[in-house]
Write a protein that binds this ligand. Structure first.
Ligand code: AKG
Ligand code: FE2
Length: 308
């Protein structure tokens, strides 16, 4: 059998993995290969209902369409160390160099002890119910993918979620809605500057406006929009936990001249005190990274301090 063709059904260069195949090993291998070579892949025919994704996008869109004053009800408090809340950067001058020209809403969605409903919009009224339902589905999908990635390292299925992220009920899941309003000079500015993700894994649902680009082999590639597909991006901690086997993909977002782009990203993170290091059974290989707490990693990245 032509494994290569069966495992990745792709019209573009970014790997696309069909999760409705019966052969689990093929799907697992496709996810592992994509993570080694690209650090990004899309999944289609996952078990998250399409109508739930439509509702997730609808309530998010309704929130961002509210007048600025109403969005401020969940604003990130000034000087808050916590990322949670609404913040706007899209009013920045178009020519301002190096600025991210986008708006965001962050709030934790799991575990329950990390949820602070002050940052969850009360308007539209279904916002909370839809996001709670989505959180349950995302967790299941993430655990499946991390299981395959663990096995791809020669470890047991639970290694990444348990040893890497501290366990299914300890790992922190944060919803981040990105909102990129139309930009009259899209060539001059970016929605998000090129970056690798500070957190471990990003599970992304974009709207239909193209904009996400990933870097590989000295070239940027567009991530093709596929309705209801979910994009996975590997972040820095998984690079470290896998001792460099899984890539932390460099990516950025562009702006559209006329249309608003939005994306719903769930960020998977360890708690700040968790030490990030190559996983135990990878210890017999020379470690490529020094142990570092997740909190220290975030601090160093945010402040442009050296990491290793
Ligand atoms: O909006 C996107 O497609 C990507 C967002 C992203 O890279 C991020 O939030 O870190
Ligand atoms: Fe990102």
């Amino acid at each position: 059998m032509d494994v290569e063709r069966d495992q990745i059904v792709s019209t573009g260069p970014i790997p696309i993995v069909d999760l409705s195949q019966t052969n689990e090993e093929l799907m697992a291998r496709a996810v592992v290969k994509a993570s080694q070579e690209w650090g990004v892949f899309q999944v289609v025919n996952h078990e998250i209902p399409e109508e739930l994704l439509r509702r997730l996008q609808k309530v998010g869109r309704q929130f961002f369409e509210l007048p600025e004053k109403e969005k401020e009800a969940v604003a990130k408090p000034a000087n808050s160390k916590d990322i949670q809340g609404y913040a706007t950067n899209s009013h920045k001058e178009d020519t301002q160099d190096g600025a991210d020209r986008s708006d965001h809403l962050f709030h934790n969605i799991s575990p329950p002890s990390w949820i602070d409903y002050r940052y969850w919009p009360k308007n539209p009224p279904h916002y909370r119910e839809v996001n709670e339902e989505y959180a349950r589905h995302v967790k299941k999908l993430v655990e499946k993918i991390l299981g395959w990635l663990s096995e791809g390292l020669g470890l047991d299925r639970e290694a990444l979620i348990k040893e890497g992220f501290g366990g299914g009920d300890t790992a922190v899941y944060t919803m981040k809605i990105n909102h990129y309003p139309p930009c009259p000079k899209p060539g001059l500015v970016l929605g998000l500057q090129p970056h690798t993700d500070i957190h471990g894994l990003t599970i992304l649902v974009p709207n239909e406006i193209p904009g996400l680009q990933v870097f590989k082999d000295d070239q940027w590639f567009d991530v093709e929009y596929k309705p209801y597909a979910i994009v996975f991006l590997i972040g820095d901690p998984i690079l470290r936990m896998s001792n460099g086997k899984y890539k932390n993909v460099l990516h950025r977002t562009t702006m559209d001249k006329e249309k608003t782009r939005m994306s719903w990203a769930v960020l998977l993170k360890p708690t700040y005190d968790k030490v990030i290091r190559p996983l135990t059974k990878l210890d017999d290989e020379a470690p490529k990274f020094k142990p570092i707490t997740y909190g220290d990693h975030v601090y160093r990245k945010v402040n442009n301090l050296p990491l290793d």
